[in-house]
Design a protein around this ligand. Sequence first.
Ligand SMILES: [Zn+2]
Length: 391
Amino acid sequence: MFVCGPTVQDHLHVGHAKTYTAYDLLARLLTHLGYSVTFVMNITDVDDKIFYGAKASGKSVSAYVKFYTSSFLEDMKRLGVNTVTSYEKASDYVDIMVEQVRTLIKKGHAYVSGSNVYFDVNSFPSYGRLSHESKVELALKPVDLATGKKSPLDFLLWREGEDDEPGWSTEWGRGKPGWHIEDTAISIKNFGAQYDIHGGAHELIYPHHEAEIAQAESLTGVSPFVRYWVHTGLLTTEGKKMSKSEGNVVRLRDVLDKYGADSLRFYIFQSHYRVDSIFDELELESAHQRLLDLRERISEEVSEVSYRQKGELLPRDKLSAELLGPLLDDLNTPLLWRRVEHLSKSMGSLPQNKQVRAVLSLGLVSSLTGVDFLGMDSSNKGTESCTQLCK
Ligand SMILES: [Zn+2]
């Protein structure tokens, strides 16, 4: 699984948490089902926004990148995203990108224009396959205003750099890679010509993911490049995408300081991962309270003996199937939460053996979702505990 990671130009905002927890949940579930998951996430550390951000802050590009990369990794850890096998920095793959651009030119899929190199979209007939839009429709959404292109849909593979910014020397001049080729280099190097799952927020479908498909399939001749595309909805503020330029950013670390990862994940999973939702702190606050109440109710209602079983092995039974069912149906976390709520209300009146099973099932739900319903200690979370629980 490959998921588009952040451009390290700022601290993460809470919208990133919606995206990254969705793939974390998916990876935990797949691991539980017995799949061996290799989860690679890229870090975009070569980008104009980084260059201008560093300039504005008076820092060197490398100090700026280092600062926001550690901030990102720290936030992911605090958020409980512990399924990523490796984070790959774009700057470590520039040689491969240059080689890929060369190959695309050689194969007639790309052309040099001045010191820029463009992908020739007309050389790839199925462009638009992912977004289900024709080239005519896509042409109404210009990707950039660069000049020297043969067609408005063509996108940059390599672009001319300015003298004072980081750059790499090539036969086309000193410059830097286009954004889309960064992920193609990282994913092909790690997974080869074809792999299973590619994720990212749905706003990346066009042009980013269409471009990735065009590049990869033109390079390798293998189709499909990716077997399953999984796109997440956005977490917006008042209906607008959270972004530095909109000035409506809620920093993830501030939310984690105030509510913690369990409550934030509980809140995020109240909505389905594919749906856009609006970040509302009052709703987060009430989700936080609901989780505390649930935890308290469960620990009070359940007998000491049953409660002590938490974290033990869960036998496959009707109850565990009932709780796993919603997750197996396209990660239907809102339905899962309703079932957890329902179960918590009836636990007190269950006979001892069923109560134990209920505790074990909630332990499994906790380890899959990263939302602790049982007051388990922090070492008993995430994939490690899932592996222990499930095998
Ligand atoms: Zn990407």
